[in-house]
Ligand binder design. Structure first.
Ligand code: ATP
Ligand code: MG
Length: 266
């Protein structure tokens, strides 16, 4: 006799196919603070998905659950056919982390190192490239972020916006298949916000990568997102195309996107 669990269990996502990333029934709490009580989301290979929602709802946690910086309490997280939520050691996560770049909130450069050494860092740490290959990759990435030739400068000689772009060059030095952005434009002026938006778009084209962008910046959302996921009430409360989300029948989604506080409790 087939058991009920066998009937309701979803099949594993395929290796090499779609969806690339799956969160299935994920629960996560820190003590009494329940962050997720059933997070479900599928991300397709090559898509750019923006994750929005009020401060503290768990957007950064969602990214960390994918790379094993945090563990789920219950449920499953899959990456390219592997159930990463079953991994128990850094050694198991390593091959996955090599394929995923993280552009994190306030990620700092190493002040004592040159820009070159900053960008080369993940190449040296995770791979066995020759010095020549490293120099080529560093120069390429600095060019991609619009900062060719700054290799020998120290981070302290650069503006905040330039440092952000060097940080981005460092994150993508390894030609990742997935880029996780956590508030990539926070604290930047409108021109630099647009610059980063354009960079995100050009990187997803150049690398043909999958991008997850956590942001409060609607200019970034509407410049970059192919789909938008709205996190609220311990789950993905809504997900859809940008136009559909903007005109959503859900007042919370509409209110959040337009900056109307009325639907939200204090
Ligand atoms: N390592 C941790 N230990 C304990 N609590 C944590 C930890 N990481 C996150 N939290 C809590 O989990 C909740 C979600 O945090 P998270 O950082 O994901 O929010 P967020 O949606 O990214 O917010 P913001 O938009 O302000 O960045 C918060 O209540 C936070 O305090
Ligand atoms: Mg966050």
């Amino acid at each position: 006799m087939t058991s009920i669990t066998a009937i309701t269990e979803a099949p594993p996502p395929p290796k090499g196919g779609n969806p690339l990333i799956v969160y299935r029934g994920v629960k996560k709490a820190f003590g009494k603070n329940v962050v997720y009580d059933g997070l479900d989301l599928e991300v397709q290979r090559g898509e750019t998905l923006c994750i929005i929602g009020p401060s503290g709802v768990g957007k950064s946690v969602m990214l960390k659950l994918l790379t094993g910086l945090l563990d789920v309490d219950e449920g499953e997280v899959w990456f390219d056919g592997d159930k990463v939520s079953d991994f128990t050691s850094d050694a198991e996560y390593l091959p996955v982390r090599r394929r995923i770049a993280m552009v994190f909130q306030g990620a700092a450069l190493f002040d004592s190192l040159t820009v070159f050494e900053n960008v080369a860092y993940p190449l040296r740490e995770q791979f066995n490239y020759s010095e020549e290959e490293i120099a080529t990759k560093v120069a390429e990435k600095l060019e991609w972020v619009g900062l060719p030739g700054v290799e020998q400068k120290k981070p302290s000689e650069l503006s905040g916006g330039m440092r952000k772009r060097v940080g981005l060059a460092r994150s993508i030095a390894t030609d990742p298949e997935v880029i996780l952005y956590d508030e990539p434009t926070t604290g930047l002026d409108p021109v630099n916000i647009q610059r980063i938006n354009q960079l995100i778009l050009s990187l997803s084209e150049r690398l043909r990568c999958t991008s997850l962008i956590v942001t409060h910046e609607m200019a970034t959302v509407f410049a970059c997102a192919q789909r938008i996921a709205f996190v609220y009430d311990k789950k993905i409360a809504a997900v859809g195309l940008p136009d559909a989300m903007k005109n959503s029948s859900n007042p919370l989604v509409r209110g959040f996107i337009s900056g109307d506080p009325a639907p939200f409790a204090d």
